[in-house]
Design a protein around this ligand. Structure first.
Ligand code: GTP
Length: 596
């Protein structure tokens, strides 16, 4: 298909604003899926199948459309919805000329949508604003059309109104996509360049790579090359999803499709990289290739120490599908053998731990998430600290922490509460804008370390769930940060060390000391629990001594009963961790870490 007849677009929408339902109607109206096989959320269902290893989820769908006697190809490209994956979002957007901004006509725009809208505008995409669910009795299209027009310019009347449910307005929307979005540009005669906007691991076919041809053409069966690494691979298959995979002879400028080369690891075919021909290679990579960098680290430990090899295997497997997952072995006095794992953000962490438990049946404990700090010591060395227990000893010149710019959307009656929260987390206000009479966008800079710790939950509970949040990293900043250690009878318990602002050191110390006092059983001797910054003790609790002699109950006589009790006591001790002379059941550590 010549580039003039192609339109590439994505849909920017908040969860539940109706993206899948709208996609269903488009698949039907364009005849891509026959009515008799149509089912709700067609593309999502493919996702489920993919998990079972049957079909590949379409990261892009090719649909034919006919208007004014001409045939067009519409490629709808899927964008991940969450802040943790903003790099992937930016690559999906870079594969498109336009974006549909889809907003629930009963809800209005949300922070996440807003963040992706800004990304789309930065990428110079043509934005088509659309209000969805106009069939709902609670829909208020007038109000939200004004809000949208206020945001992106234009008149409220220009905002399209559709219902993915009834199909109202969807045909018109398809026409507008052809009319308003520019055709892809690019040089058909140049050496081929294709941008990878997604790379998905499939059990049967290996890595399936989704590309947008930017220049030239690639033919099925030829040898391709990855510009970032120079590695070349045979093209085993090339095709388009329509939405079922369909092999093609080749892909040319402006087209969107998939490649299969037989590589087994998504790291060999990375989002953002440029694919070219090995025989006729392009020299310049396309702009925007970035290695995803972990922002948040946490220790992952098997609750049953015997599961360590399984945990390693599971992480090895997940890594094949997830180029952003980083890990290395780590040991902890309190928790034994485990891994320090780097994540893009909290959602990424949640997804991985959830998968470890659901797909690999592993019980794991995660230590409190920590961001990465740059610690400058007196000798001028910079230590990149991803684990608080590795915070350098001795005199510290400076500690730098990652900073984010956060955007919070909230009904105006909650402004005060949100500001209070942000201020208590060392935030500083950048701006406050009214999106409409009722809703406000607050922009703050905040230390990422303050957000990874229950910020989102706090925000939701203070605003009865009405606030929405998005943030992006904007660099590092020095702050008065210290490491607080927790000591049991003078011995450090590594898993509880934390890097906190000096003003919060005392409250962190007392909270942890109190928690542990309640959880650790009494010993034969008194056990002090202390919180310390370096050698300075800032808080202390005591576990009082008891004499607990199991044999005392046995009045001498019955030897076999005595032995049984001793055996039982030994059994129990297996799951005990020794911190110096203190015996601590592992459950106590786990409970203290999970905060219950
Ligand atoms: P995620 O896949 O979770 O991101 O959601 P989504 O944005 O794809 O939304 P989805 O299409 O799953 O729709 C969310 C809910 O809204 C579902 O219960 C739909 O039935 C409903 N819905 C979607 N479009 C419409 C519409 O036009 N009108 C009405 N009344 N309901 C709709």
């Amino acid at each position: 298909t010549p580039a003039e007849r192609i339109r590439n677009f994505c849909i920017i929408a908040h969860i539940d604003h109706g993206k899948s339902t709208l996609a269903d109607r488009m698949l039907q109206l364009t005849g891509s899926v026959e009515d008799r096989v149509m089912r709700a959320q067609y593309l999502d269902k493919m996702d489920l199948e993919r998990e079972r290893g049957i079909t590949i989820k379409s990261q892009a769908v090719r649909m034919p459309w006919h208007i004014d006697g001409e045939d067009y190809i519409l490629n709808m490209i899927d964008t991940p919805g969450h802040v943790d994956f903003s790099y992937e979002v930016s690559r999906s957007l870079a594969a498109c000329e336009g974006a549909i901004l889809l907003v629930d006509a009963a809800q209005g725009i949300e922070a996440q949508t807003l963040a992706n809208l800004y990304l789309a505008l930065e990428n110079d995409l043509e934005v088509i604003p659309v209000l969805n669910k106009i069939d709902l009795p609670s829909a208020d299209p007038e109000r939200y059309a004004a809000e949208i027009a206020n945001l992106i310019g234009g008149e409220p009347e220009d905002v399209l109104r559709v219902s993915g449910k009834t199909g109202d307005g969807v045909k018109e929307l398809l026409d507008v996509i052809v009319d308003r979005l520019p055709a892809p540009k690019g040089d058909l005669d140049a050496a081929p360049r294709a941008m990878i906007f997604d790379s998905v691991y499939d059990t049967y076919r290996g890595v399936v790579t989704y590309v947008r041809m930017v220049d030239g053409k690639l033919r099925n069966g030829e040898k391709i090359q990855m510009i970032s690494t120079g590695a070349s691979h045979d093209l085993l298959e090339m095709g388009v999803s329509a939405p079922e995979p369909r092999t093609a002879k080749g892909l040319a400028v402006g087209e969107v499709g998939y490649l299969i080369t037989g590589v087994k690891d998504v790291r060999q075919s990375r989002v953002g990289d440029t694919v070219t021909s090995a025989k006729n290679p392009a020299t310049d990579a396309l702009e925007g290739f970035v290695e995803p960098k972990p922002m948040v680290y946490s220790g992952l430990y098997p609750i049953d120490a015997g599961d360590y090899p399984e945990l390693r295997e599971a992480l090895d497997k997940l890594k094949l599908e997830d180029a952003a997952l980083h890990y290395e072995p780590e040991t902890s006095v309190a928790l034994g053998f485990g891994f320090r794992v780097g994540f893009l953000g909290l959602l990424h962490l949640e997804i991985i731990t959830e998968r470890l438990s659901r797909e690999f049946d592993l019980d794991i404990i995660t230590t409190a998430p920590s961001v990465t700090y740059d610690v400058v010591t007196e000798d001028g060395n910079v230590h990149h600290v991803t684990n608080p227990s590795e915070f350098p000893e001795g005199k510290i010149e400076e500690v730098r922490e990652p900073i984010v710019r956060a955007s919070i959307l909230v009904p105006k009656e909650y402004i005060g509460k949100v500001m209070e929260l942000c201020e208590s987390r060392r935030g500083s206000l950048i701006s406050m804008d009214y999106l409409s009479e009722e809703r406000v966008e607050l922009r703050y800079t905040l230390p990422l370390g303050e957000i990874v710790f229950d910020f989102f939950d706090q925000l939701k509970s203070r605003t009865q769930g009405y606030a929405s949040l998005d943030y992006e990293p904007i660099g590092d900043q020095a702050a008065d940060l210290v490491k607080v250690d927790i000591l049991l009878q003078g011995e450090k318990v590594d898993a509880f060390s934390a890097i906190v602002h000096r003003d919060n050191a005392y409250s962190y110390g007392t909270m942890m000391a109190e928690r542990l006092r309640k959880l650790i059983p009494r010993q034969q001797f008194e056990v002090p629990i202390q919180a310390a910054i370096g050698a300075r003790i800032i808080a202390r609790e005591n576990i009082r001594a008891i004499r607990k002699d199991v044999l005392a109950k046995c009045y001498g006589g019955d030897i076999s009963r005595k032995r049984k009790l001793l055996e039982k006591q030994k059994e129990g001790k297996k799951r005990m961790k020794m911190v110096g002379r203190v015996e601590v059941p592992q459950e106590a550590f786990i409970a203290a870490l999970s905060g219950d």
